[in-house]
Design a protein around this ligand. Structure first.
Ligand SMILES: NC(=O)c1ccc[n+]([C@@H]2O[C@H](COP(=O)([O-])OP(=O)(O)OC[C@H]3O[C@@H](n4cnc5c(N)ncnc54)[C@H](OP(=O)(O)O)[C@@H]3O)[C@@H](O)[C@H]2O)c1
Length: 298
C-alpha cells in the first residue's frame, strides 16, 4: 500500500540514499535532496527530486528528514550549521555508527527540538522497496508509528525499542556476521590462491559451504530458535562435533596461512576463541561454547 503523498527530505546521495529517493518518488512523495557533492543528485533530479541549495533549505522542505550517510560525524558536519532549523522535524538517521554515538545524536536532536529515530537498512541498495527488504528502527514509539507507513515503502520496518542505540546495535550485530563472512571468503580465496588455485574456480565452492552453514548450525538445536534457546540456557552439547576438534582445525588453518605467507589475523582470532574454550575445560562441548570467551575475553 502506498501512503498519502508525504514530503520527504533525503540527505546523503550514496547508492543507498539514491535507491531510497527513487522508491519515494515512485510512491508519489515530493522529495527534496541535499548532498555534499551536488553532482551526485543529477540522476534523482532527472527523476523528479528537488535539489536544495543548502542543508537549511533541505530541512525546511519537509517535516520528515531521512539521513543516509557514511557515519554520524557526517550528520554533524552537515547539520551543525543549521541546527536552529531542526525544531519540529523528525530526523530518521539510517547511517551506520556505534550505539553510543547514536544515543548522543538522539540527545543532540532532542536538545534542538527535533524527534529522532535511528535505523539500520538490512538490505543492499538494489533491493530497497522489495519484499526482501527490512529495517530496524528504535526511538520514541509514537514517532515511529507516525512515520512507519512511509518508511515501510523503503523496507519493512521492525521497531525494536525506545533506546535509539538498539536499532544500531542490531544493525552492527548483523554486519558482524556479514563482514566477517566476507573477510573469511577473501581469506580463503587468498589461501588457495597461494597454491595457484584461481578465485574463479574456488569461489563457487566456497559459496556452497556458506550456503550449508545454516543447516550445519541448526543440526544440534533443530531450528535457529532451538539453537538460540540452548545458548541462552548455557547448553553446548558436543555430540556432533566438539570445540577440541574445531580448535585443532583452527590451529591447522593458522599454520597453513602462515606457511602460505598470507595474513593470519582472522584465523588467529578464531583460534583464540577455541583455545579459550579448551583452556576453560570445555573441549568436549560443542562449538557454541566459544561464546563464553567472546562474552568475557579476560
Ligand atoms: N550501500 C548499501 O547497499 C547499504 C546497505 C545497507 C546499509 N547501508 C548504509 O547506508 C549508509 C549510506 O550508504 P551508501 O552506500 O549510500 O554510502 P556512501 O556511498 O558512502 O554515501 C555516503 C554519503 O555520505 C556523505 N558523506 C560522507 N562523509 C561526509 C561528510 N563528512 N560530510 C558530508 N557528507 C558526507 C557522502 O557525500 P558525498 O557524496 O559528498 O561523498 C554520501 O552522500 C551507510 O551508513 C551504510 O552503512 C548501505
Amino acid at each position: 500500500m502506498t501512503s498519502p503523498h508525504v514530503p520527504v527530505t533525503v540527505i546523503g546521495l550514496g547508492p543507498m540514499g539514491r535507491a531510497m529517493i527513487r522508491r519515494l518518488l515512485a510512491g508519489g512523495h515530493p522529495v527534496t535532496v541535499w548532498n555534499r557533492t551536488p553532482s551526485r543528485a543529477d540522476g534523482v533530479v532527472a527523476d523528479g527530486a528537488v535539489l536544495a541549495p543548502t542543508p537549511r533549505s533541505a530541512l525546511e522542505a519537509a517535516e520528515l528528514v531521512v539521513l543516509s550517510l557514511t557515519d554520524y560525524a557526517a550528520m554533524d558536519a552537515i547539520l551543525d550549521g543549521a541546527a536552529d532549523a531542526l525544531a519540529g522535524r523528525t530526523l530518521v538517521n539510517l547511517s551506520s555508527d556505534t550505539p553510543d554515538r547514536t544515543r548522543e545524536a538522539a540527545a543532540w536532536a532532542a536538545a534542538h527540538g527535533a524527534a529522532f529515530l535511528a535505523g539500520g537498512m538490512m538490505t543492499p541498495a538494489p533491493t530497497v522497496g522489495t519484499d526482501d527488504a527490512y529495517a530496524y528502527y528504535s526511538g520514541p514509539r509514537d514517532v515511529f508509528d507516525r512515520h512507519a507507513e512511509v518508511l515501510g515503502e523503503l523496507a519493512a520496518p521492525r521497531y525494536v525499542g525506545a533506546d535509539a542505540g538498539l536499532a544500531q546495535l542490531l544493525y552492527q550485530a548483523q554486519l558482524d556476521v556479514f563482514l566477517t563472512a566476507l573477510s573469511a571468503l577473501m581469506h580463503a580465496t587468498a589461501l588457495v590462491g597461494s597454491a595457484g588455485v584461481p578465485a574463479r574456480d574456488f569461489l563457487p565452492e566456497a559459496l556452497t559451504t556458506l550456503a550449508d552453514v545454516p543447516a550445519m548450525l541448526t543440526s544440534d538445536g533443530g531450528t535457529p530458535e532451538g539453537l538460540g534457546e540452548q545458548i541462552d540456557a548455557g547448553l553446548h552439547p558436543g555430540d556432533l562435533s566438539t570445540a577440541a576438534m574445531m580448535g585443532a582445525t583452527a590451529d591447522h588453518l593458522v599454520a597453513a596461512s602462515a606457511a602460505a605467507g598470507i595474513d593470519v589475523g582472522l584465523p588467529r582470532a578464531v583460534q583464540d576463541h577455541y583455545r579459550r574454550a579448551i583452556a576453560a575445560g570445555h573441549g568436549g562441548d560443542g562449538w557454541t561454547r566459544i561464546v563464553d570467551g567472546i562474552r568475557d575475553p579476560r
